[in-house]
Design a protein around this ligand. Structure first.
Ligand code: ZN
Length: 263
């Protein structure tokens, strides 16, 4: 538990500048403006350095013994850079267990080399695409982002197929939430095309999920909700997937959901 607290302090310190920048552009957030105080640069770097010192104080040098010469993660995760998606993913000890790729909109194509490394050079068994509620990248892709930088535009352009195929009826927040899930479906599809042989050989399972800190799925705030396994998006069928067999039925029911029909 101590390790998680330490990690949160570090992440809070690093995330504020990003959140401030995002809020002033085409990127938007659900609801009211956050009330957390924004750190200045000096406080931010201090939090990063001392936060990591806390980590080493709570993990003696033997913590590093097992992975001195190489890494053996079995989970590769592509998630959004959004600072609200916690980096101590799922409470697992991430060191040597999770290979993490982050970018705006949790995209495969804009980080293909990194994803390839996780899947082809590491013992990855699960490739997880993790979207999240209130994703600013998805919201920005739904609107006019012509005033953004060249780099941002290039990454939002790759989300166009998701937005082009959406059902335009309904309120903006409802459409946004569904598009988050549909983007996950879209990224799962891209990953399945890249790693078709590994999936067919049952060496790899691609899992799509949403980190739902707004409780849009009714499972509770902050739940990890699985919305797609190897392209299957029907909750009842996902629940029966063999990869979930070590979870009991109650755990499965509270971690599988759907807001939107498949793309
Ligand atoms: Zn996001």
């Amino acid at each position: 538990m101590q390790k998680m607290k330490t990690g949160k302090k570090l992440i809070l310190g690093l995330s504020c500048a990003v959140a401030l920048t995002m809020a002033s552009t085409a990127f938007a957030e659900h609801g009211e403006t956050p009330t957390v105080a924004i750190k200045n640069a000096e406080a931010t770097i201090k939090a990063a350095v001392t936060g990591n010192d806390l980590f080493t104080e709570h993990n003696d040098s033997h913590h590093f013994d097992a992975f001195q010469t190489g890494q053996t993660p079995t989970l590769t995760v592509i998630t959004c850079s959004d600072s609200r998606v916690h980096t101590q993913l799922f409470g697992m000890d991430p060191d040597n267990n999770i290979f993490v790729i982050r970018n705006i909109g949790n995209q495969v194509k804009t980080a293909e080399g990194s994803v390839d490394y996780g899947v082809r050079h590491l013992p990855t068994k699960i490739l997880m695409i993790l979207g999240h509620s209130s994703c600013g990248a998805v919201k920005a892709a739904m609107g006019d982002y012509s005033g953004e930088s060249k780099g941002i535009k290039a990454e939002l352009d790759t989300l166009k197929p998701v937005i082009a195929a959406e059902d335009k009826s309904g309120d903006i927040n409802g459409r946004w939430s569904k598009n988050v899930e549909r983007n996950v479906d879209y990224q799962v599809k891209a990953a399945m095309e890249l790693y078709k042989e590994k999936i067919q050989a049952k060496e790899l399972t691609v899992v799509g999920a949403v980190y739902d800190f707004n409780d849009l799925y009714g499972k509770g705030r902050g739940k990890l909700v699985i919305t797609n396994i190897n392209g299957e998006t029907t909750p009842n069928k996902i629940m029966d997937h063999p990869v979930l067999k070590e979870l009991n039925r109650g755990e499965i029911v509270t971690h599988v959901g759907s807001l939107a029909p498949a793309l």
